[in-house]
Design a protein around this ligand. Structure first.
Ligand SMILES: Nc1nc2c(c(=O)[nH]1)N[C@H]1C(S)=C(S)[C@@H](COP(=O)(O)OP(=O)(O)OC[C@H]3O[C@@H](n4cnc5c(=O)[nH]c(N)nc54)[C@H](O)[C@@H]3O)O[C@H]1N2
Ligand SMILES: Nc1nc2c(c(=O)[nH]1)N[C@H]1C(S)=C(S)[C@@H](COP(=O)(O)OP(=O)(O)OC[C@H]3O[C@@H](n4cnc5c(=O)[nH]c(N)nc54)[C@H](O)[C@@H]3O)O[C@H]1N2
Ligand code: SF4
Ligand SMILES: [Mo]
Length: 891
């Protein structure tokens, strides 16, 4: 063993668009150590729970390591030849629009660049779309309508400099935790800073908010129209800015003035006092940033919401100056990079426009390509519809899992089953999407791949490899280039590595630009391989001859819009039409994210720590709705639409508004019996951006009748698949699962042996109480617990975290074993309760104890229990527990 420490590699987190710098070290023995990079300007050393747990997700468990053709291992040559020939055949027979790529904001810029170049410049179709259609398309469309370009004007620093931050449709505390912590720290240092949260739900982001507006679903356009009218009526319009740099204010204001106060109240669901407080605060705060995300974008009025917000910033000239501006925070690590290289079906490359003949000519000359797509391709929802109709003969899906994440997911799955040729590039061998692939291509994952990503503030950072490539996995850019070469374009796809791709892309952004386009990183067109390896994070633009690293580049303080005449456009938006409520589907289905899981869980579910926060799919239901429907706490519920339903746990909470339920998007068929919420989501889209409305489908809700409920902890994955309901999660030393049965099992021991995959002769410790229906069994292997099962006629009440912990304990004595079936900890082993702090493994009961013992602040709870002292992502939850229990403690 060598004495020198393992080298530490500077890289970037692969999850959200905050784009935190990470220091990763591959230790001897294979463990990966992760720390925040103190020098990275996005996070200055901080990481959230997901970033901190990255080291638990890089193992090779479940990875796809070799190419496969129809389920059989194949060589790369055979797989690539087949893909190239199938695509070429389809193009020859049915034309270039008969093939499509569906890619992802989790690709690196270099991967994305090559995919877009191949489709638009060499295949000659624009049928390349991306999961960013589900994520950022309305922001892109709104930016382009107002600014003439897809430009995010501000910086993260603005969030610290603002006097007022308005979050609308953003749960920053859980979805961009490090940015949220930066804001929380700024507010702690400057308590006069004000924060408003606009969200139908009272999310954890409300923790730092001075005002929470529980807006009616899709009430945002009306709210910002009301604000614009208020600004215009009360002398807050910056006439100098508006006169010099914008056009169209009169019409926008006229439309904004149309709704009466009563109409505004009806459309927003807010009281007069709430509206007035919000308008007055916004008007009075020169330094205001409006942060928005999926509650804005994923809506049938998404683009209008974006423009309604931008209109208010333009009217007041509060844009592009320190501490002010509209701020669309991006979801995925490279949502921005994908937009830059033209990953959307309606964009070209390097922020050039497909409808613009000059732009098309310029891109084609730059690529020296035989063709160039001359009209927009199919957007995600239309693309899968075309697949379903048989119009797409060959489809390549890369780094996204549409069978789980697209609306009308059942139809997407059926479309893939029917598609003549499906290629999927993924890192995992089993996903709900890859199971339908004819060709599976193993990709390099985070820590193995090399390239660049752009975060929400236009900052480009390197992701660097620190792990060896596993099996025969290869980079996504390499796979795409190989197909380009095999389709006869060897010269255009002759890349030595990601550095050579970045050089070409950088040159393209600067090509015949001279300030005409916002996106320009021409300064890096000649970067050599060594400088690329060392590239420090930088913000665009960086035109040729400008490589100064000036802090805080902003756009539009002095106009300079990319609209042709240089003026920003006010977009005259009107409130969306009201939906009529069908009584059978009387609930609004709101969907989104939880703190510790990432999308379809292919990576975060590997981590026991991240799985402990919320271990089961759920529906947040207002207690009044629940009691009207006879739904009790922890019951199971069926959420349904058009004959299709999912089964999840009921989570009754007044943080939810009546008439609406919230279901997370994360659980797939890999982790639960029936929780793919996108099967229920209607494929309605925003008419301008084509982004699906993922937050307002209509659903019915009923209690799910189960005759028996169960909970299991086991060393091996329990064999649960035919049960009426099940949901599985990793835990240290094994697995934990919830389940429910429609018919109680007659032969319980046989059922348990089958579930734990143990010999029927294995002795079982058991306990049964016929009156309550409680039955418990445990099996041991020497001094280790093999598995324990808890069954009851009602939702099982045993401490999950305590039971899961038992897989790690040593059971030398019989009394200790009996406690497993007694279902409770020994007196000297307190029950932590549900895990709140994933990093330090602190449960809700530990925190309540600390509050009862006198802790009066999040900091004091941290000192007593160490909760919240590592990444801090759980601080808002600690605050809620503090607030709830402080009164009790005082009694
Ligand atoms: N932990 C975690 N973090 C993530 C991700 C993850 O999977 N897990 N994914 C990343 C990605 S790709 C994205 S796009 C971002 C998304 O980040 P966010 O947009 O913050 O997350 P969501 O939970 O999708 O939705 C935000 C909020 O919109 C609210 N909302 C619903 N309807 C409306 C409405 O009509 N008006 C308003 N004002 N609000 C509404 C919802 O109640 C929800 O709280 O998160 C990124 N970060
Ligand atoms: N109902 C509802 N649906 C939603 C949303 C919502 O709020 N509500 N949000 C939408 C949004 S904003 C988004 S961004 C999408 C996200 O949805 P998806 O993109 O479908 O979700 P992920 O789980 O991130 O899928 C990434 C896939 O790529 C694989 N992968 C990881 N790294 C690599 C790599 O380096 N190369 C390759 N080739 N593969 C890799 C992973 O294993 C995984 O299968 O979901 C959308 N769907
Ligand atoms: S906030 Fe968390 S998930 Fe997002 S980039 Fe930073 S560490 Fe990663
Ligand atoms: Mo996203």
């Amino acid at each position: 063993m060598s004495d020198s420490p393992a080298p530490t590699v500077k890289t970037t987190c692969p999850y959200c668009g905050v784009g935190c710098g990470v220091l990763a070290t591959l230790e001897e023995g294979g463990a990966v150590t992760i720390k925040g990079d103190p020098d990275h300007p996005a996070n200055y050393g901080r990481l959230c729970s997901k970033g901190s747990a990255l080291g638990e997700t890089t193992d090779l468990d479940g990875r796809l390591l070799y190419p496969e053709i129809v389920g059989a291992r194949a060589t790369w040559d055979d797989a690539l030849d087949l893909v190239a020939s199938k695509f070429a055949e389809a193009i020859a027979e049915h034309g270039p629009d008969s093939v499509a790529f569906y890619v992802s904001g989790q690709l690196l810029t270099e991967d994305y660049y090559v995919a877009n170049k191949l489709m638009k410049g060499f295949i000659g179709s624009a049928n390349i779309d991306t999961n960013s259609r589900l994520c950022m398309a309305s922001s892109v469309a709104g930016h382009r309508r107002a600014f003439g370009s897809d430009t995010v004007p501000g910086n993260y620093q603005d969030l610290e400099l603002a006097d007022l931050i308005v979050f609308t449709g953003s749960n920053l505390a859980w979805c961009h935790p490090v940015l949220y912590q930066r804001i929380a720290a700024a507010k702690a240092a400057r308590p006069e800073m004000r924060i408003v949260l606009i969200d139908p739900r009272r999310t954890m982001t409300a923790d730092i908010a001075d005002l929470h507006l529980a807006i009616a679903p899709d009430g945002d356009v009306s709210l910002f129209l009301g604000l614009l009218a208020h600004l215009a009526n009360n002398g807050f319009v910056d006439a100098a800015y508006v006169g010099a740099f914008t056009s169209g204010i009169d019409q926008a204001v006229e439309i904004a003035r149309a709704p009466s106060l009563a109409e505004l109240m009806a459309q927003t669901g807010l009281a007069v006092a709430e509206l007035e407080a919000f308008f007055a605060l916004w008007a009075a705060s020169e330094k205001v940033v409006t942060v928005y995300s999926q509650g804005v974008n994923q809506s049938s009025s998404g683009t209008d919401k974006v423009n309604a917000i931008i209109n208010c910033h333009l009217a007041t000239g509060r844009i592009g100056r320190p501490g002010m501006g509209p701020f669309s925070v991006t979801g995925q690590p490279n949502a921005m990079g994908g937009r830059e290289v033209g990953g959307l079906a309606n964009m070209l490359a390097a922020h050039m426009e497909i409808e613009n003949p000059e732009h098309r000519d310029r891109v084609q000359r730059f690529w020296n390509s035989p063709v160039i797509a001359n009209r927009p391709g199919l957007k995600a929802v239309d693309m899968f519809e075309a697949v379903g109709q048989g119009r797409i003969k060959a489809l390549w899906i890369m780094a996204t899992n549409p069978v789980d994440s697209m609306p009308d997911a059942g139809a997407v799955e059926a479309a893939l089953k029917a598609c003549p040729f499906v290629v999927v590039s993924d890192i995992m061998a089993e996903t709900d999407t890859i199971r339908h692939a004819h060709v599976k291509l193993p990709s390099l994952g985070w820590g193995e791949k090399d390239g660049t990503v752009t975060n929400s503030e236009r900052r480009i950072s390197r992701q660097r490899a620190f792990l060896p490539p596993p099996g025969e996995a290869r980079a996504d850019w390499w796979q795409m280039s190989e197909i380009g070469r095999r389709m006869g374009h060897a010269e255009a796809f002759e890349y030595e590595g990601p550095a050579s791709i970045l050089r070409e892309y950088a040159a393209q952004t600067g090509f015949e630009n001279n300030g005409a386009r916002d996106l320009d990183i021409g300064a890096f067109a000649d970067i050599d391989d060594a400088a690329y390896d060392d590239l420090a994070p930088f913000q665009w633009p960086k035109p040729v001859n400008d490589i100064s690293l000036s802090p805080g580049i902003r756009f539009f303080a002095n106009g300079g819009f990319f609209t042709g005449d240089g003026l920003a456009r006010f977009v005259p938006v009107a409130p969306p039409a009201r939906v009529t409520v069908d009584e059978r589907r009387r609930f609004t289905l709101n969907t989104g994210r939880i703190r510790d899981h990432w999308h379809t869980m292919t990576r975060t579910a590997k981590s026991a720590r991240l799985s402990a926060h919320i271990a089961e799919p759920f529906a947040e239901i207002h207690p009044d709705d629940a009691s009207a429907l006879g739904i009790g706490p922890a019951d199971l519920v069926r959420v349904s639409s058009e004959g299709c339903g999912i089964v999840v746990r009921a989570l009754l909470t007044a943080r939810q508004q009546p008439g609406s339920i919230f279901v997370p998007m994360h659980w797939t068929d890999q982790w639960a019996s029936s929780a793919r919420v996108d099967r229920l989501v209607a494929p309605a889209v925003d008419p301008v951006s084509g982004q699906p409305a993922l937050k307002t489908s209509r659903v019915g809700l009923t209690r799910f009748e189960a005759s028996q409920y169960g909970f299991i902890v086991s060393r091996d994955r329990p064999a649960l698949d035919s049960e009426a309901y099940w949901a599985m999660a990793r835990t240290d030393g094994g697995w934990r699962a919830e389940f429910a049965l429609s018919e109680p099992f007659e032969d319980v021991p046989a059922f348990i042996c089958a579930m734990l995959a143990i010999d029927a002769a294995t002795p079982l410790l058991s306990f049964a109480d016929p009156t309550s229906g409680v039955v418990r069994y445990a099996a041991f292997d020497g001094r280790q617990l093999l598995g324990a099962i808890y069954l009851a006629n009602a939702p099982v009440s045993v401490s999950r975290s305590w039971a899961a912990d038992q897989l790690q304990q040593d059971f030398a004595s019989l009394p200790a074993r009996w406690r497993i079936v007694a279902g409770r900890p020994a007196n000297d082993m307190p029950d932590k309760g549900a895990i709140v702090c994933a990093c330090m493994n602190v449960g809700v009961n530990d925190i309540i104890d600390a509050v009862r013992a006198g802790c009066r602040s999040v900091g004091a709870v941290g000192q007593a229990t160490s909760a919240g002292t590592n990444c801090g992502s759980c601080k808002s939850e600690i605050k809620v527990i503090l607030d709830d229990h402080q009164i009790l403690a005082a009694e």
